[in-house]
Ligand binder design. Sequence first.
Ligand SMILES: Cc1cc2nc3c(=O)[nH]c(=O)nc-3n(C[C@H](O)[C@H](O)[C@H](O)COP(=O)(O)OP(=O)(O)OC[C@H]3O[C@@H](n4cnc5c(N)ncnc54)[C@H](O)[C@@H]3O)c2cc1C
Length: 449
Amino acid sequence: MQNSNVNNDPTYSAAQAAHHNKTKQVDQQTPKAKLTEQQVLIVGGGHVGLSFALLLAHHGIASTLLEKNRYPEIGPENDRTRSHYLDSRNTALSRRTVQIYQEIGLWPELQSHACRIDAVQISEQGSFGKAQLNKAEEQVESFGQVMENAWLGRKLLLAVQNQPLITIIDNAEVITINQQTDGVTVTFNYYDGEEGEQQLQGSVLVACDGRDSNVRQLLNIGISTYDYQQTAIVGVVETDQPHNHVAIERFSPAGPLAVLPLTDPEGDGNDDYQTGFRRSVVWVCPNGEEQQYLEDDAHFLATLQQAFGTRAGTFTAAGRRGAYPLTRVLAQSQVDGRCVIMGNAAHTLHPVAGQGFNLCMRDAHVLAQMMSAQVLKGADLGDSQLLKRYEKARQTDQKRVIRFCDAVVHGFTHPNPVIKLARNVALVAFDKLPNIKPLIANYAMGLKS
Ligand SMILES: Cc1cc2nc3c(=O)[nH]c(=O)nc-3n(C[C@H](O)[C@H](O)[C@H](O)COP(=O)(O)OP(=O)(O)OC[C@H]3O[C@@H](n4cnc5c(N)ncnc54)[C@H](O)[C@@H]3O)c2cc1C
């Protein structure tokens, strides 16, 4: 199952791999050879596609990953390059996601840029209810870790490039899918110097091609959508008080707001500014209000301060912000014949509770495990019964997380005073009653499904 075409040099880039593999996939035209090798085709090399390829490789399963965009040239020597320390985008990784990266041996590579969450505070502006989760009370090492997306992406890509069982073809956009009884063939536009259509065969196709998934459309899988009429503003701010590893979820009339602790960019504590004062902000506002928050630093910081009070100290600086219009997109089916829809292509959620990527990682982990068991039986990886079993196995966790995210969004943004009182009572109850906190904490950490 070794893929001899992929170089082990850590500086070997995805672009080189793509060039290299252009030759390789011409060699792979014989469907029989592919089927005997039990090749998995992954379409979309975002964080989910890259992670799934690594999970498969951990089980000794070879995959070819097709990514529409060209990956940047990266190597260890470029790890420290970044534009400005306040300009990062970040993801809160649940404890379960951290465990999964530990399981495949990637966590030591990631952890220098991971910031522990030791406590979570939840409160609402202008209300009495508040709740706090502490790691000591819940007897956990942490509630999760916050990491820069750029760092996570870079480390995932390097790991994939160094993994002989994974072939990357970037600059490749999948345009058709053809399922046969014994395999699946994708046709993709390959943009490398001269444009051209190419084909690849595999036993099974896993689509991780994002919210607007082309694969999902090619398979005629319908979607249900819900437009929240909200936009998430994301960015990094600096405060005059250290974060002390506390994540703060604050509900204000302007919208829900999450302020998460961040490590310093180099992760070595020797930067030219102090460690522990950088925080990641996800602020959800009604559509149409985002422009003022994006363009005007002073307005952004002042409104943030007003919504937040002094629980984080004074907000002293803000980096560039990005805006994400929020729509929930759910695929009506996640399996079609030999194809599986995964990641945002399967479920794109509201980011308020930081659950989307973590849910995708649990999906990916389960499918890789099921495929591993299938390989050990010498059975077909694209067996539709296997894939349907996967879809069923993931239903409970997926439905729970979707409901949880929506309950947080709708429950905390409803202006009705009776509902506002009810949610404050609920927050107080949550803070005081035994047994509720560990349950919710486990859900949030991704440890219970
Ligand atoms: C503001 C915000 C904050 C968030 N914060 C958190 C958080 O704290 N914790 C958390 O768990 N989740 C969070 N999420 C959710 C998380 O970002 C997503 O769940 C995750 O990025 C999904 O990754 P993906 O790989 O499925 O999709 P994408 O990142 O969209 O990747 C899809 C990939 O497929 C490629 N592609 C597309 N079409 C084709 C094609 N035809 N052929 C080949 N390749 C193709 C694209 O180029 C892309 O690389 C947040 C989301 C938002 C919007």
